[in-house]
Design a binder for this molecule. Structure first.
Ligand code: DQA
Length: 139
């Protein structure tokens, strides 16, 4: 199983920003934990604050042999039709992830423009949202 763990805008600030919401562990900590927990899985980790970079990674996923993508698009989730179209353009399944429960926060976070084209959505479990998303590929 080869999975792409794709993080979008501001996720590089995990462990530094709004610790009460996103926890104290950095993205690198979470990625390391993923590697240690799922030894039978080959991971590639990529984070970008640039929308087009994320679209490019999604477009290439098939060619690079990924079986799936775990995507935390950050705030792009709520308004990026470009990301939505990129997801819709590939057959590689994408699982949408959020650390926080986006439905219990500000109104604008309740809307995801990518959910409709994702295989599933996991939110509200902190870093465990990533682990649950990876587990979903082994079902
Ligand atoms: C987030 C939720 C988004 O609304 C927010 O913009 C983020 C992080 C999460 O992981 O809970 O940057 O995707």
């Amino acid at each position: 199983m080869k999975l792409l763990i794709l993080n979008g805008v501001n996720l590089n600030m995990t462990g530094v920003r709004e610790k009460d919401v996103y926890g104290t562990q950095t993205l690198e900590d979470i990625n390391l934990e993923l590697t240690n927990r799922f030894k039978n899985c080959e991971f590639e980790f990529y984070q970008s604050n640039i929308e087009g970079d994320l679209c490019g990674r999604i477009q290439c996923a098939e060619k690079l042999g990924f079986d799936g993508i775990v995507l935390n698009a950050g705030a792009f989730t709520h308004y990026s039709y470009a990301l939505r179209d990129a997801i819709a353009s590939v057959t590689v399944p994408v699982v949408e992830v959020h650390m926080s429960n986006v439905h219990s926060r500000e109104e604008f976070r309740r809307k995801s423009v990518i959910s409709e084209v994702c295989r599933g959505v996991i939110c509200g479990f902190g870093k465990n949202s990533y682990f649950l998303a990876v587990e979903s590929f082994n079902l």
